[in-house]
Design a protein around this ligand. Sequence first.
Ligand code: ZN
Ligand code: ZN
Length: 119
Amino acid sequence: MARLSSHFTEEEARCRCGCGRMVVNDILVRLLEAMRAAAGHRPVVVHSWNRCEQYNKKIGGKPDSQHLYGKAADVSIKGVGVAQLAKFAESSGADGIGTYPKQGFVHVDVRGYPARWEE
Ligand SMILES: [Zn+2]
Ligand SMILES: [Zn+2]
């Protein structure tokens, strides 16, 4: 199990369709580590990270999704609500932050400019 950092693996970063796509963005990896630390070093559950175009379409991702470039991850932390998690994302320096209360995760990305939304 190859590691990208102390707490994240290649397995977690790979596209979930089985295509093997995995672009590693170091800024995003550092952001995820910072969020983990902000939450009291609790494990970050990765719902979605890299996506190929086909898989992104299949799950209804935005056509220009940052997931296509390996710059976004949808994550949750057990015992931490999405609003609180969004705050951790904020203090950890995420560019894009999308909260998905119904699905129970927060989208974070490192697109290079701020973006905020809630679904
Ligand atoms: Zn794929
Ligand atoms: Zn996302």
